[in-house]
Write a protein that binds this ligand. Structure first.
Ligand code: DAH
Length: 339
């Protein structure tokens, strides 16, 4: 029986050396020291021993149990220490690693210009109106007094969906839609995208943006139009900006004018930006044609109005010193980052 006990000790010690986890250690403890373990089952045979042998064997068994318990405890300590060490090692946070910077977007130059334009007119009490980009020929042309044979209808300029439907070539059709749905006083701007079948170059794009303006009320005059445009020019291009009206023809206004602003680069003395003109064209404007008012059921004998349509790209390029329109559409971060 002594041999059996000593064998258990040797066997258990040997197995202890290859234990790598707490679970394995626990299995080993149960195998040797548990209620149904090997040591216990040997001790169960003690009854067969003689009266002299029994205490000696019992003592040996207790010594071996104490020895193994001791060894198992220290092995457990060791394992716990190692596992915690590994865990700490795995979870260590290196506070010196550089953080991940979140990219913060910013406004596109067209949005910057558009927001400034809106600010100016909202400040003067205008409301914002909208209309569809896919528009009826009636609104884009007919109701604006643009007859069937007008060059603006040339397929060169207009994207036709079919005979009656076009991609709007201007934001002016919104004038008609507003006047149809609302009686004067009317005071709106309509920012929006427009389409023309133009070749892309430094100053042209088949898709661009306009802001339409329309004021209709009793006693609205050309003086109101000029004053309004002056406020706009000063707000966007600086206190010293001036405007100039050149007589022009638009079918939906009479009289009509093209409006220039004094060059934002040289102030009017002449430079590369204004091609030595001192002036840069930014919009078309005029007094709403009586025929257009009539078409919308507004009596031209009672009411009058002015309208204007300005190019957002032009304005953005002037306001932000951009010399090629294509830059506005290429989405090159290096360009966009500058504003
Ligand atoms: N719709 C014109 C264009 O795209 C611009 C324009 C001129 C708008 C005169 C107006 C206006 O409202 O009165 O060329």
């Amino acid at each position: 029986m002594k041999d059996q006990l000593n064998n258990i000790k040797i066997q258990a010690e040997k197995e202890l050396t290859s234990i790598t986890s707490i679970q394995e250690l626990e299995n080993l403890r149960v195998k040797y020291l548990g209620k149904k373990g090997e040591l216990t089952s040997v001790l169960r045979g003690m009854g067969a021993l003689s009266a002299e042998e029994r205490p000696v064997t019992g003592q040996l068994a207790n010594e071996i149990r104490a020895f193994l318990e001791n060894r198992i405890d220290s092995a457990r300590d060791e394992l716990v220490k190692n596992e915690r060490g590994l865990k700490l090692e795995k979870e260590v946070i290196d506070v010196t690693i550089p953080g991940k910077r979140k990219m913060l977007g910013r406004k596109h130059p067209l949005t910057i210009a558009l927001d400034e334009i809106k600010d100016v007119f909202l400040g003067m009490g205008y409301e914002i109106a909208e209309g569809p980009e896919i528009e009826l020929d009636y609104y884009n042309f007919e109701a604006l007094n643009i007859p069937k044979n007008h060059p603006a209808r040339d397929v060169q300029d207009t994207f036709y969906i079919n005979d009656n439907i076009v991609l709007r070539t201007q934001t002016s059709p919104v004038q008609i839609r507003v006047m149809e749905s609302k009686k004067p006083p009317i005071k709106i701007i309509c920012p929006g995208r427009v389409y023309r079948s133009d070749e892309v170059d430094a100053t042209h794009s088949p898709i661009f943006h306009q802001v339409e303006g329309l004021v209709v009320d009793k006693g609205v005059t050309m003086g109101d139009l000029i004053g309004t445009l002056q406020v706009f020019a000063k707000a966007l291009f600086g206190e010293n900006s001036k405007i100039r009206l050149r007589p022009h023809h638009f079918p939906f206004t009479e009289p009509s004018a093209e409006v220039d602003v004094s060059c934002w680069s040289c102030g009017g003395t002449g430079c590369r930006v204004c091609k030595n003109e001192g002036w840069i064209e930014i919009l078309g404007a005029g007094m709403v044609h009586p025929k257009v008012l009539e078409t919308c059921g507004i009596d031209p004998e009672v009411y009058s109005g002015f309208a204007f349509g300005l190019g957002v790209e032009r304005t953005a390029m002037g306001r932000l010193n951009i010399d090629d329109m294509r830059l506005l559409y290429e989405n090159d971060i290096r360009f966009l980052k500058q504003f």
